[in-house]
Design a protein around this ligand. Structure first.
Ligand code: G4P
Length: 529
């Protein structure tokens, strides 16, 4: 197969949702359709169950599983599908944000009863910032939930999306009869005593036909006709370009658990979802079809076994072919590296591969060369943008608890930050180190790993910080900026890239500071230029 055909047949995407909406179940059903697994239950949820925040074994378990579910690749009708797993637990949201830099599109799963939840809002916001094409899957239609139109309204308002349903439910919960597929113009009926079976798909070319009455009963048929008329009147017609530009989001309804509406979603997905997209680097836009290889690290997974200290760096291939045993330039370190055993990931296994193509993810064994955001090329100096840091939610001083091991501690902190476990800020005033995390869970992870992997001990001390803001002065020599630095010195720190950060102790003080220094911009993400 030609290089171009290999690119054209790849679809790399992520499934995002609030925990419990059904992401794992949907992933599993997609893999079943692709023949990548044979039975339900094969994909382990990598989520940390509620209430497990202090159970360290649970963190270990989840870390172990998350390697095997990091990338799930399978073939479906000649299309190579790569699903990138995103942790549902909010303490790992930063991981999910980074994974979103490596996807070409996403599917958002929403629980029909719960509607739009907090985690979904945050994740969709990141997708919107990047114009990532989004398909929405409304799940659990076998249960009582919100009215379909109300839910579509809620999605538009809370997520700021412009939706167009490509399928529509016939009833819901106890009355759930099936789904009308607007995209394919047919009906799937939900049947059987346990209502777990799907009858054959029935073509319905004419909605006004008597046949529809016979299939679902006159009342339901009339309701469906009215609802579809409303859908046509209210929502924009599906247009693939708008979807690809992130301006229009198609919506599907179904029940992942009952395997209902999943095939429709998958069939439409492979037809409309984007193939690998060009990616902006600091230097230029790089197209997948270019013959020279480029790629970037979006995730690093440490091996928790102390006897096998190496890590696995996940690279998204942006352009060209990645080949085994070929020297590539590690741009940040300006050195050539060769990889003898790059891993490709399939549903239940990983394998060494000789060639990978744009859209694919390869896992490279790493002994500490990589950090998140690093670029590999055939020689060109390219730095991919866009693995941003967001303001952490929690901040603590980290102290050395064993003065004889300060070297080990510093090395450990450095490497864990490179992996993206948390963010490090160094205070301008006294050089003290502050660890910022999205969730409290990471402090435990860091302490445990420092001790077991680096033989270093640490303690934490609370620090009252509301948000970390990356500071962008209009002119870094003007009086206002100098004043700001003098007055706020106590609250200033540098991040790992040596960017200046203001640690605001409350929302109120942040607001006051913004008012007092109007020429300075305060950003909640490190990526603002
Ligand atoms: P997540 O990865 O998004 O966190 O969600 P997950 O797939 O684990 O699903 C969360 C719960 O919702 C699971 O039940 C799952 O069986 C259920 N579920 C998923 N899809 C549907 C659906 O279409 N209909 C109904 N009724 N339930 C659905 P659980 O009891 O929490 O877990 P389990 O013990 O079944 O694994």
């Amino acid at each position: 197969m030609s290089f171009i055909s290999e690119i054209n047949r790849r679809r790399t995407f992520g499934i995002i949702s609030h925990p419990d909406a059904g992401k794992t179940t949907l992933t599993e059903k997609l893999l079943l359709f692709g023949g990548a697994i044979n039975e339900a239950g094969a994909v382990k949820s990598n989520k940390i169950k509620k209430g497990a925040t202090s159970d360290f074994m649970e963190i270990e378990r989840q870390r172990g599983i998350s390697v095997s579910t990091s990338v799930l690749a399978f073939e479906y009708n000649g299309i190579k599908i790569n699903i990138l797993d995103t942790p549902g637990h909010k303490d790992f949201a930063e991981d999910t944000f980074r994974t979103l830099t490596a996807v070409d599109s996403v599917i958002v799963v929403i629980d029909v009863a719960k509607g739009v939840e907090e985690q979904t809002e945050k994740l969709v916001e990141v997708c919107r910032m990047r114009n990532i094409p989004i398909i929405v899957f409304i799940n659990k239609l076998d249960r009582e939930g919100k009215d379909a139109f109300d839910l579509l309204d809620e999605i538009e308002q809370k997520l700021g999306l412009r939706v167009t349903p490509l399928s529509f439910p016939i009833g819901m919960g106890y009355d759930f009869k099936g789904i009308y597929n607007i995209w394919e113009q047919n009906i799937n009926l939900f049947s059987g005593v346990s209502r777990k079976n799907i009858e054959d798909t029935i073509e319905v070319s004419d909605l006004a036909s008597e046949e529809l009455n016979t299939l679902i009963g006159e009342t339901s048929a009339n309701t469906l006709r009215e609802e579809l008329e409303l859908v046509e009147g209210i929502y924009p017609k599906f247009n693939r370009d708008d979807y690809l530009n992130g301006d229009l989001q198609p919506v599907f309804f179904g029940s992942a658990l009952n395997n209902f509406g999943v095939r429709e979603l998958l069939d439409c997905f492979v037809e409309i979802a984007p193939k690998p997209r060009p990616k902006q680097s600091e230097e230029r836009l790089v197209k997948p079809e270019e013959d020279k290889f480029t790629g970037f690290v979006f995730k690093i997974h440490a091996n928790m076994d102390p006897n096998h200290r190496n890590r696995l760096a996940f690279i998204k291939i942006v352009s060209g072919e990645f080949r085994r045993n070929t020297p590539y330039l590690h741009v940040r370190q300006n050195k050539k590296l060769k990889f003898s055993s790059p891993n490709a990931f399939f549903a239940e296994k990983k394998e060494i591969v000789d060639i990978s193509y744009p859209g694919d993810i390869v896992g490279l064994q790493d002994t500490g060369n990589f950090k998140i955001g690093d670029t590999l090329t055939e020689g060109e100096i390219i730095n991919y943008k866009g693995v941003p840091s967001f303001s952490p939610e929690h901040f603590r001083y980290i102290n050395n608890a064993d003065p004889l091991k300060s070297k080990q501690l510093n090395k450990g902190i450095d490497q864990l930050m490179d992996e993206g476990v948390a963010q490090l800020f160094t205070l301008d005033l006294n050089g003290r180190k502050v660890i910022g995390t999205v969730g409290a869970l990471q402090y435990e992870v860091i302490q445990y790993r420092l001790e077991h992997e680096y033989s270093a001990k640490c303690t934490y001390e609370n620090l009252n910080v509301h948000k970390a803001c990356w500071v962008e002065p209009e002119d870094d020599k003007n009086e206002e900026f100098n004043n700001f630095k003098r007055v706020k010195q106590r609250f200033l720190a540098k991040d790992k890239q040596n960017q200046l950060v203001f640690l605001a102790d409350s929302a109120f003080s942040l607001q006051l500071t913004e008012q007092k220094y109007p020429s300075i911009k305060f950003h909640l993400t490190s990526e603002f230029n």
